[in-house]
Ligand binder design. Structure first.
Ligand SMILES: C[S@@+](CC[C@H](N)C(=O)[O-])C[C@H]1O[C@@H](n2cnc3c(N)ncnc32)[C@H](O)[C@@H]1O
Length: 451
């Protein structure tokens, strides 16, 4: 049966990267199309307040459409906006922050600055996760997620987000697993071995980590793998093996074995050195992270006598970078590996006015230590879910004179900002910073002051 297609004018780009049209007074979220374009689309889902549609043809193209550089563009879930000029990407990312503040935070009067663009639009990532995936023919793919699919991986030829070296390592590991006949993990049956290949590269140092994440068990042919990888790619400075027995499909391990090198790589950010291990968070765009932290520091205007609490501190980047502008810093982080790295990072940078505590932020904020040791500045940089409600309430109880919020999700930020403002803080402006060109993601920096 022939599919019924409707003509739609695309007028906007939505928060999750979908394009927006209208049909009979209802919003239609489409998988493709740019503002100013006309498309022929098939309605695939009809809800009371909106429809979803798949675009079959773009009948009128807009001027800001550009040819994507990547051959995987049509199917990859990564760079969904590679066909939109970078200036326009920044425009829509800024607009998404405005929309979130208005619609989710009820905060139309907060000024949203122009998004700060990234110095490099390609090859900017210092970390990429590639997944192994069993195919129906009995073979396997090693690559990235198909657009809109958490359960399907296409075989990657070349990705433009990390480096050419990273592409070559992917191809080498694929050949190795094939030649050695190592079974690939089947996400439905939970059988097999190879799960992920994670590559981390210091953009300033060139140091490269290969992290193989597998199901539980010894690695078959591990000496051969190490000899082959290090012999072929001298830039590889460390290789680690992480075993993950959990059904959830995440590229971290419960048991880590260092197969080669020190088990970490180093990166420099704004003239400080940072050690990064396989399972600890580190901003994935090093060059733009430098701008992010500089922007945050400039807005903060810290006094040398200030005491600063860095919540969700990861491997200690903010704590260490800000330590020379304040008297004392305490960083709090949940992941033990990251805290160990943060302590080591403070040592190698000769920073002696910071300390790091391993705890969940919400629990740490209950501790009596805080009544005896008040902080002038609180910095929060939570994961995409934003602040835990208890963490938010307990942070506000500290009554900091400055609350700096770095967010990677404008929707949860808008929710939290509404609460912070209701508790007596002012937010004159936020600054979006684009850490991930061609993707739908946008980071932002916001400084709250008590009214
Ligand atoms: C967005 S990262 C920020 C890291 C760091 N500020 C930076 O710039 O590199 C969020 C961090 O919060 C940590 N985290 C997540 N939930 C947490 C919690 N409930 N308590 C403490 N840390 C948490 C994660 O492990 C991660 O390191």
């Amino acid at each position: 049966m022939e599919k019924k297609l409707v003509q739609l004018e695309i007028s906007d780009l939505a928060f999750d990267g979908k394009s927006v049209g209208h049909l009979e007074g209802k919003v239609v979220f489409c998988d493709r199309g740019l503002p100013g374009e006309t498309v022929l689309a098939e309605i695939t889902r009809s809800k009371s307040r909106y429809n979803q549609a798949i675009v079959h043809e773009i009948t009128e193209k807009c001027e800001v459409r550009i040819p994507p550089v990547c051959s995987h563009f049509d199917r990859c879930g990564g760079c969904i906006w590679q066909d939109l000029s970078y200036q326009e990407q920044l425009h829509y990312k800024q607009k998404q922050v405005v929309d979130c503040l208005e619609r989710l935070g009820d905060l139309p009067s907060v000024r949203v600055a122009d998004a700060i663009g990234a110095p490099e639009q390609f090859h900017y990532r210092n970390k990429m996760e590639f997944s192994f995936h069993v195919t129906s023919g009995g073979g396997f793919n090693l690559g990235l997620h198909r657009r809109g699919r958490f359960d399907d991986i296409f075989d990657l030829d070349r990705c433009y987000l990390q480096s050419e070296l990273s592409n070559e390592i992917v191809a080498w590991v694929r050949r190795f697993v094939n030649a050695e006949g190592i079974p690939v993990y089947d996400v439905k049956r939970h059988t097999g071995f190879m799960r992920f290949l994670v590559i981390r590269q210091g953009k300033h140092t060139g140091q490269t980590m290969v992290n193989i994440v597998t199901n539980y068990g010894a690695f078959p042919g591990q000496e051969k793998l190490v000899a082959g990888l290090t012999g072929t790619f001298p830039a590889i400075t460390t290789i680690v093996h992480n075993q993950n027995s959990r059904k959830s499909n995440i590229a971290t391990g419960e048991i880590e074995t260092v197969l080669y090198g020190p088990g970490y790589i180093e990166e420099t950010i704004n003239a400080r050195r940072f050690r990064i291990r396989a399972n600890s968070f580190f901003q994935t765009n090093s060059l733009q992270a430098e701008k992010l932290y500089k922007t945050a520091l400039e807005h903060l205007e810290a006094d040398p006598g200030d005491k600063l609490l860095d919540l969700y501190c990861g491997t200690g980047t903010i704590a260490i970078l800000f330590s020379s502008y304040v008297s004392e810093v305490v960083g709090v982080e949940l992941v033990a590996d990251a805290v160990a790295m943060a302590k080591e990072n403070a040592l190698i940078n000769n920073v002696d006015n910071v300390q790091f505590i391993q705890a969940s932020v919400q629990d740490f904020l209950k501790s009596p230590y805080l009544t005896e040791n008040p902080f002038d500045i609180v910095v929060v940089d939570p994961p995409r879910a934003g602040l835990h409600p208890k963490a938010l309430r307990r942070t506000l109880r500290l009554s900091p004179k400055k609350l700096l919020y770095i967010s990677c999700n404008p929707a949860t930020f808008a929710r939290d900002a509404k609460e912070i403002i209701a508790a007596g803080y002012d937010l004159p402006a936020v600054v979006p910073v684009d850490m991930f060109p061609h993707t739908k993601h946008i980071e932002l920096v916001a400084l709250f002051h008590p009214v």
